[in-house]
Design a protein around this ligand. Structure first.
Ligand code: FES
Length: 154
């Protein structure tokens, strides 16, 4: 089980809670937490389950809802908006066939907003899982989606 493997890599210290949550959510294909998993993490760290739940609930980058294998996060801060010359939001919504906050029916893609990704000099930018893509154009965006689909068909 992935969670047991992730837990094994961290000391049983409460200071590692966020690191464990981040690592596990990244590893899990649906990028979300189920109740029994939060309980298992709490048990491992010997802290109340309510504490784990409150941390997951506090940070928007944690989710208790299943998400797509590929999470597209669109930066909505000013530099990205100013340099968006092809309407990134409408384009990605059209390409994926979903709106922000939704996941495709095949479970492959989720679309979300994010704040500045620290790549303002290469705006507009998006993050797909761990990778940031900057200097976006419509063609580059289509190529990123195509690459994700190709990985699935490989
Ligand atoms: S404003 Fe979008 S990366 Fe900084």
């Amino acid at each position: 089980m992935i969670l047991a493997e992730v837990l094994k890599r961290f000391p049983k210290k409460k200071e590692y809670l966020i690191e464990i949550l981040l690592e596990y959510q990244k590893q899990k294909e649906t990028h979300h937490f189920e109740e029994h998993e939060l309980k298992e993490i709490a048990n491992y760290l010997n802290i109340p389950e309510s504490r784990v739940c409150s941390v997951v609930g506090f940070y928007t980058f944690f989710s208790t809802e299943p998400r797509g294998k590929y999470i597209f996060q669109i930066c909505r801060d000013l530099p990205c908006q100013l340099n968006d010359n092809f309407d990134l939001l409408s384009s990605i919504q059209m390409i994926l066939g979903i709106k922000v906050g939704e996941t495709t029916q095949d479970g492959l893609f989720t679309l979300e907003y994010t704040s500045c990704l620290g790549h303002c000099d290469k705006s507009p930018a998006i993050r797909v899982n761990d990778k940031i893509h900057g200097s976006l154009s419509l063609n580059k965006l289509k190529a990123i989606v195509a690459e994700c689909k190709e990985k699935e068909n490989a």
